[in-house]
Structure formats: structure tokens, C-alpha cells
Design a protein around this ligand. Structure first.
Ligand code: GLC
Length: 572
């Protein structure tokens, strides 16, 4: 059914996500910046990625690290200047690489002048945000923020409540108001005119709110947030946005769409979005209560068990669940297209979560790479994952920078009446800060990230895990990614082939296998997703190996080594 007739450059591309604050600091203020990225473009070019997505670099007070924008048309001081940004775009384009900007339009910062004018009733922007009158004692409805705590804050200036689905410093814009929409489209066109190659649309499924903002259904330990997502006017807004902005340019559109299923995703595709970011495969490593509920482990265990044991408990995954999530989206979108990521600035480190970052860091990081780059989906690599960077220890609550983690830790400590140390292993396995520790460039001070004081702690393991070391070592995770990216680029079957899911099954619960087929060509991807050997009783495991994470001399016929990955040639 799938053929290459639907070829698109963005299906064949690999995207590399940069979290600029933590990538490279060129001026010693401890915060990564645009010049830092410019200085490292060759590193990315050598790796072989085609598109760079940078998280927000707009002027911001950084309550949510740039996802709270104060001025959409100005570069944040710490990140540099518009001239630096222009240079970044030009340098990327010189190397045939493209640039995606983050588009954060569900909310702004409360320091944005629109909000300032909105809270001051004479400002002429009364309903640019979502305000409700009422007693300061009682919020307008029972909504809670996606970061925890109430989704409403009472503003003393206007003497009214405003809605924020995220932090209180991120008030939600009122998309019902056409003036708001026009102002957003105008801003988008400003960036499109500057020559960007697309947007990654932050929390875009949240922009249309249900009429009347009804209470959400709740139960014990349960709260129905579906109300926040894919509201009744979402596709009308998206189509209007398309017509006013991106449809007039040749760009790539990624929608971050919490709450969407594949059917809903198809509607975004009809609106002109190329791919949506989905989350189901990320949820498979959380316990029953979701990301921030440690109840399934229990406070006593958290306080007393060893680190190895806790890391394993806090990242248990049933491989069948991972496959169900991948398959659901792959089959669900039919002839449309997905993107796939194993790490991002909102997740913990891929090797710590899906692999074994202690005993088999190198092997398991390569297995995760093989998984990511062999699916029918545009791969998104997150900075540092190509080095096998790991989660970090967060010894003190004062070291936490992430607004989500800070709020959740406070609640957990209060609800369970425990000291921070009890929660610390949970922070190591949940906080978004794990992905935001500085990029480890070399074994010099601060991992070569900055000459100043880094804004967030550097992971202690940088003397062993860093880019300089990886570039020098032909067997490194970096070079594995580089070779596999090159292999994928030359392989239509890996990009466009149909997928058939083969393993896990009852006999092999920890072995993944999927087949990709296109025009008579066929490959089988086999991943031994465990720290133990496994002998397969199949006729295919001996097929010629096109790609693998163990050297030919280390391979052992039908026995897969710990975290061994093989791409087998199964063409007739
Ligand atoms: C998205 C971003 C995340 C941010 C949130 C609010 O989920 O990826 O980092 O905190 O939106 O803007």
C-alpha cells in the first residue's frame, strides 16, 4: 500500500532538537546562546541531521524557560541578538540544513505587554486573555494546571481570575477574539518572512477552550483533562491560521497536540500540519498513577531502596505496551505520517529511561537509536542523546530549575510529609531538568559548556561522557548515530516501507522485531531489549546483518547479546 510516490523531503529528514539554554554558551554568562549554536553547526552537520528545531529564544522572564514569551519579535538578551539569529539561519542554510522555530501561542508571559494591557481595564485588550469575575476565594471552575496546582490565579490589579493551563506566569490567550488571532498571524508572518523553514507548534491542541469552561469530571486520584484539548473550534482556528500564514510558504509544521488520537491527528493534517507529536509511547514507563505518582513504589521503598533498584522500578516497561503505542499511531494515521522521538526537553534521558545507563549504556543507547531510526516516522533526536547522556542526581531541591518539577516536589513532600531526600530518586527519574543539564562537550571545566557559572548543574559524568571523547572513538554512540543516519538516508525501505510487527510475544517478551517492506525489498529489525543474552529459535535470525551495534566478531549466531540490535536483510 505504501509507495514512495508520496515522497516528501521532511519524511526523509532527521530533526535535531536544541535546547539553546543548555547547548553552548559563547559569552560566559552561564546560559547557552545563539552564537554557541553557530559555533557548533559543523558538529551537527557531521552527525548528518537535516533540520534543527530550537526551543524558544524569544525575550522571556524564563518562568518556564522561554515557553513564557514576553516579546515574540525580540531575542532574549541571554541568547544574543537578532543579528546572531540571522547568522544562525544563514549558516544552516549554507549547509542545506533547515531551521524550525518554536511557536508558543496558547499563552504568553504575564509580562507580555498584551497581558499588562489586559489586566488594566483601560488598556483596550480586556478580553485578550481568559478572565472571570468572582470572589477571590473561589476559582471559576475546578481546573488544575498541567503543571499541578490550580489553573486559575486571582489578579489583584484587575480583581478577576485569569486562566493558565500551565504556570501562573503563562496566562492563556483568548483565541475566541479575532484581534488576538490576527496579532498572532502577524507575528508568525514576521518569522516566515525572515526565511524560517517551519514551526513546532507548542501545546497547539489547547488553544480552543470548551464554551462555558465547565468543571472537569474528577474522581479519587483522577481528573479528566481531556476538556483542555482539541476544543470545538480548534480546526477552524488551524485552517484560518494556515490560510493567513504557513500555507503561503514552503515550510514544515509540527503540532504538539496533547490529547489527540490518530483520528484527531488526521484532522490536523487536513488543516495543513505535517506531523503531530504524540505521547503514548512516553507513558509506558510510568506507573499506574501517571508521571508524578510514586504511590506504586511507595514512600518507604523510595526512602530505603538502592539507586539501581529504584531506577529500574521507576522505568519499568512492558515491551508489548511500547509496541502497542507505536503500532496504534503507525496504523492509526494510515497513509499519513508520524514523527517519533525517544527524548526531548520535556522528558528524561532516553538511555536512562529505555535502556540501562549503568552496565550497558553504550549498547542500550545504540539499541534506542536503532529503534528510533528504523520506524516509519521522521526521527527527532534530542541534544546529547547522540552521546548517551544520562539522567542526573538532584541532591538538593535548590538545584531544581524546572517549574513543573518544583511544583510537583513541593506537593509530594507536603502530601506525604517526607523530606526532599526521599523524593530525590523520583526527581532523577521524572524531572525535565534531566534533559536540560548542559551539553557535555569535553572533559574540561563545566563540560566545556561555559566559562561562567552554569544556570543549571552539569551532570557529574562529563569526564567520561562527552562529545570530544565520542568524536575520537569510532565505536561511540555518536558515530553509531552518524552511520545509521547515513544508512537510513540511502534506504527507501527504512523510510517508506510498510511495517509488520513480529515480536515481542509470549516466548520472547523482551525482544522487539519489526519488518519493513517496500517494492520487494525487506529488512527485519531485531532488538534484544534486555541486559541478558537471548537465543532465538527462528529461521531468520541468521540472515545477513546490514547494520548492528555489535561487531561481526562479537555476534553469536542465533544468540542475541545484551541490548543487541540488528537490522537484517530479508529481501527475497
Ligand atoms: C510544551 C513544551 C513545554 C512547555 C509547555 C508550556 O509542552 O514542550 O516545555 O513547558 O508546552 O509552554
Amino acid at each position: 500500500m505504501n509507495t514512495t510516490t508520496n515522497r516528501e523531503w521532511w519524511k526523509e529528514a532527521a530533526v535535531y532538537q536544541i535546547y539553546p539554554r543548555s547547548f553552548a554558551d559563547s559569552d560566559g554568562d552561564g546560559v547557552g546562546d545563539l552564537r554557541g549554536i553557530v559555533d557548533r553547526i559543523d558538529y551537527l552537520d557531521r552527525l548528518g541531521v537535516d533540520v534543527v528545531w530550537i526551543c524558544p529564544v524569544y525575550d522571556s522572564p524564563n518562568a518556564d524557560m522561554g515557553y513564557d514569551i514576553r516579546d515574540y519579535r525580540t531575542i532574549m538578551d541571554e541568547m544574543g541578538t537578532m543579528a546572531d539569529w540571522d547568522e544562525l539561519l544563514a549558516e544552516l542554510h549554507d549547509r542545506d540544513m533547515r531551521l524550525l522555530m518554536d511557536l508558543v501561542v496558547n499563552h504568553t508571559s504575564d509580562e507580555h505587554e498584551w497581558f499588562q494591557e489586559s489586566r488594566d481595564l483601560d488598556g483596550g485588550k480586556d478580553d485578550w486573555y481568559i478572565w472571570r469575575e468572582g470572589s477571590p476565594e473561589e476559582p471559576p471552575n475546578n481546573w488544575i494546571s498541567l503543571f499541578g496546582g490550580p489553573a486559575w490565579t486571582y489578579d489583584e490589579v484587575r480583581e478577576a481570575w485569569y486562566l493558565h493551563l500551565f504556570d501562573e506566569k503563562q496566562p492563556d490567550l483568548n483565541w475566541e477574539n479575532p484581534d488576538v488571532r490576527d496579532a498572532i498571524y502577524d507575528m508568525m508572518n514576521f518569522w516566515l518572512e525572515k526565511g524560517i523553514d517551519g514551526f513546532r507548534m507548542d501545546a497547539i491542541s489547547c488553544i480552543s477552550k470548551p464554551p462555558g469552561l465547565p468543571d472537569a469530571d474528577t474522581g479519587e486520584d483522577w481528573f479528566d483533562m481531556d476538556l483542555y484539548f482539541n476544543g470545538p473550534r480548534i480546526h477552524e482556528f488551524m485552517r484560518e491560521m494556515a490560510a493567513e500564514t504557513f500555507e503561503n510558504y514552503d515550510v514544515m509544521l509540527i503540532g504538539e497536540t496533547p490529547g489527540a488520537d490518530p483520528e484527531e491527528a488526521k484532522k490536523y493534517y487536513e488543516d495543513g500540519v505535517d506531523m503531530v507529536v504524540h505521547f503514548d509511547h512516553m507513558d509506558v514507563t510510568y506507573g499506574p498513577g501517571g508521571k508524578w505518582s510514586p504511590d506504586y513504589v511507595g514512600m518507604e521503598t523510595l526512602a530505603s531502596a538502592g539507586d539501581d533498584e529504584l531506577d529500574a522500578m521507576l522505568n519499568t516497561m512492558d515491551l508489548a505496551d511500547l509496541q502497542a503505542a507505536i503500532r496504534y499511531w503507525d496504523e492509526g494515521v494510515g497513509d499519513e505520517w508520524n514523527c517519533l522521538y525517544m527524548g526531548s526537553h520535556d522528558q528524561t534521558r532516553a538511555v536512562s529511561r529505555f535502556g540501562d545507563d549503568r552496565q550497558y549504556r553504550r549498547e542500550s543507547a545504540k539499541l534506542v537509536a536503532t529503534f528510533l531510526l528504523s520506524q516509519r516516522a521522521t526521527p527527532f533526536l534530542y541534544q546529547g542523546d547522540e552521546l548517551g547522556m544520562t539522567n542526573a542526581d538532584w541532591d538538593s531541591a535548590d538545584d531544581i530549575r524546572d517549574v513543573e518539577a518544583r511544583g510537583q516536589v513541593e506537593m509530594l513532600m507536603a502530601d506525604h510529609d517526607v523530606p526532599y531526600e526521599t523524593i530525590a530518586p523520583f526527581v532523577r527519574n521524572r524531572s525535565r531538568d534531566n534533559a536540560r543539564t548542559p551539553m557535555q562537550w569535553d572533559d574540561g571545566e563545566n563540560a566545556g559548556f561555559t566559562d561562567g557559572d552554569p544556570w543549571i548543574q552539569v551532570n557529574d559524568n562529563y569526564p567520561e561522557i562527552n562529545a570530544a571523547e565520542a568524536l575520537d572513538d569510532s565505536d561511540s554512540i555518536y558515530h553509531y548515530y552518524r552511520r545509521l543516519l547515513a544508512f537510513r538516508r540511502e534506504s527507501d525501505v527504512l523510510v517508506y516501507g510498510d511495517t509488520e510487527y513480529v515480536l515481542p510475544d509470549e516466548t520472547y517478551p523482551n525482544v522487539w522485531a519489526h519488518r519493513r517492506t517496500l517494492d520487494g525489498e525487506s529488512v527485519l529489525v531485531v532488538l534484544n531489549w534486555q541486559g541478558e543474552e537471548r537465543t532465538l529459535d527462528t529461521d531468520w535470525v541468521d540472515a545477513p546483518v546490514l547494520f548492528g551495534n555489535y561487531a561481526a566478531s562479537e555476534r553469536d549466531g542465533a544468540t542475541l547479546r545484551p541490548y543487541e540490535a540488528r537490522i537484517l536483510d530479508r529481501s527475497e
